[in-house]
Design a protein around this ligand. Structure first.
Ligand SMILES: Cc1cc2nc3c(=O)[nH]c(=O)nc-3n(C[C@H](O)[C@H](O)[C@H](O)COP(=O)(O)OP(=O)(O)OC[C@H]3O[C@@H](n4cnc5c(N)ncnc54)[C@H](O)[C@@H]3O)c2cc1C
Length: 410
């Protein structure tokens, strides 16, 4: 990703802000922009970002895809708004003649089921997605073979594919424009690290009152938004709160194939857990390591053995043409992984009402950023969600140990 429009201050312009957002990745930038554009807010907004190069941010390691094939209504609707938003930046962010187009390359995701229980999940998901207006289609092995003859399908019972508003989009474009227009609307971005948060108890419960940065700035604020990606638990901890979100490694591989498939490869989720899709003239594959555990926030060591041991065998047995491929490059990124249910945590803490979460997005935060940015801005300004109700993502389910089960996690 390029970050041509970054402009950060080394010292804050004020000692007090209405809203301070910890982390300036896609979430922090979305929330800042949605807040700044509201006529009914008018407060001072500060984004504090420890690394304005975003080298290690999840936002820079993303695969930048969007889908409606989820098993929960909220995730489907959140992504449907994401798809509307990115494809009509002029409507949502304009009018502004500088705004670029941000189309979705709708190659669709292809879920493959190799068991009757897996097939039943696809049927149920497709029914729900269809009720929500998504274009998901179920494909028998014969139908799949006729449309995509390159797959080896002996073990496959059923597939699901959605060719509408599902595929790749330029997440970097969205990120750049949120930051550029946010700054133009008065959002201040401070290059610094939040190291502690102060809270106070009062007759109406506890509240955060301010924070201290690594450079020694003490700032007071009306509210804090935790948008610190895989470091979210550290930021929550500063406010005295637990958050079961941890960094987990996810690997991405770009490869060239000697034998082209002759058509665009949908984002295919293999039963091995490896996923693979077209990436321009190349292909992209991704996976988790087998020993998927929490890693240190600064551990980005590559796992090159996974290419030979896991990814290549999996994709070559699913797509025999991929016997002859060449690895071009790979990278390691971190999911912000919610160990309860791998779903987002959005909204205030029930006992610390002016500390807001925008955390735990695993592998779907990029597509969720428009709906989460809009929703949190609504909640902050009006006290309630006005458009799409994001209450299913509320922190309370962590206290109640009530997972928001999403069966289509990648
Ligand atoms: C390999 C991979 C593939 C993915 N593919 C997709 C996909 O196809 N589609 C999709 O929708 N999503 C995808 N995602 C997920 C998506 O990229 C993330 O959910 C999203 O980028 C999260 O954005 P964020 O702003 O929450 O976190 P980040 O981008 O990590 O930003 C958080 C920022 O907070 C800053 N920060 C942290 N602590 C502090 C502090 N104390 N003080 C100041 N700054 C701080 C960090 O420096 C960082 O810049 C993928 C993720 C990965 C890793």
């Amino acid at each position: 990703m390029t970050h041509a429009h970054t402009s950060n201050t080394a010292a804050p312009n004020h000692t007090s802000y209405d809203a301070i957002i910890v982390g300036g990745g896609i979430m922090g930038s979305a929330i800042a922009w949605f807040l700044a554009r509201r006529d009914d807010f008018g407060g001072r907004i500060l984004v504090i970002e420890r690394d304005p190069s975003y080298e290690f941010a999840s936002t820079s390691h993303t695969n930048s895809c969007i889908r409606q094939q989820f098993s929960t209504e909220i995730n489907i609707k959140v992504s449907q708004f994401g798809a509307d938003f990115v494809q009509d930046l002029q409507h949502y962010m304009g009018p502004d003649e500088r705004l670029p187009d941000c189309p979705i390359q709708s190659f669709g995701y292809m879920y493959l089921a190799n068991s009757e229980s897996g097939a039943q999940v696809l049927r149920e998901n497709q029914a729900l997605q269809a009720r929500c207006g998504a274009g998901t289609q179920l494909l028998s092995r014969e139908e799949l073979d006729a449309r995509y003859p390159f797959y080896a399908l002996d073990d496959i019972l059923l597939a699901s594919h959605n060719p509408i508003n599902e595929g790749y989009f330029e997440g970097a474009t969205l990120f750049d424009w949120w930051r550029r227009l946010g700054r133009e609307a008065g959002v201040e971005v401070l290059h610094d690290e939040v190291v502690s948060i102060t809270r106070q108890s009062g007759p109406e419960g506890a509240r955060v009152t301010g924070l201290v940065t690594a450079a020694g700035h003490t700032l007071s604020c009306g509210l804090i938004v935790n948008a610190s990606g895989p470091r979210a638990a550290l930021t929550a901890h500063m406010a005295g709160l637990e958050l079961p979100v941890e960094p987990r490694k996810r690997l991405t591989f770009i490869f060239d194939a000697a034998e082209a498939l002759g058509q665009t490869l949908p984002l295919t989720i293999d039963s091995s857990g490896v996923h693979v899709r077209s990436d321009g003239a190349y292909y992209m594959a991704g996976c988790a390591p087998d020993d998927d555990a929490a890693v240190a926030v600064d551990d980005f060591d590559d796992r090159p053995e996974l290419w030979e041991e896991k990814v290549w065998p999996a994709i070559a047995s699913r797509i025999p043409a991929f016997e002859r491929i060449k690895l071009i490059r790979s990278w390691v990124g971190h999911y912000a992984y919610n160990t309860l249910d791998q779903n987002a945590v959005v909204g205030p803490h029930p006992e610390l009402a002016n500390f807001y979460f925008a955390n735990g997005f695993s592998g779907h935060g990029l597509q969720q950023s428009p709906a989460v940015g809009r929703g949190l801005a609504e909640l902050i300004v009006t006290g309630a969600y006005q458009s799409l109700d994001l209450t299913p993502f509320a922190y309370q389910r962590l206290i109640d140990n009530r997972p928001l089960v999403e069966k289509a996690v990648i």
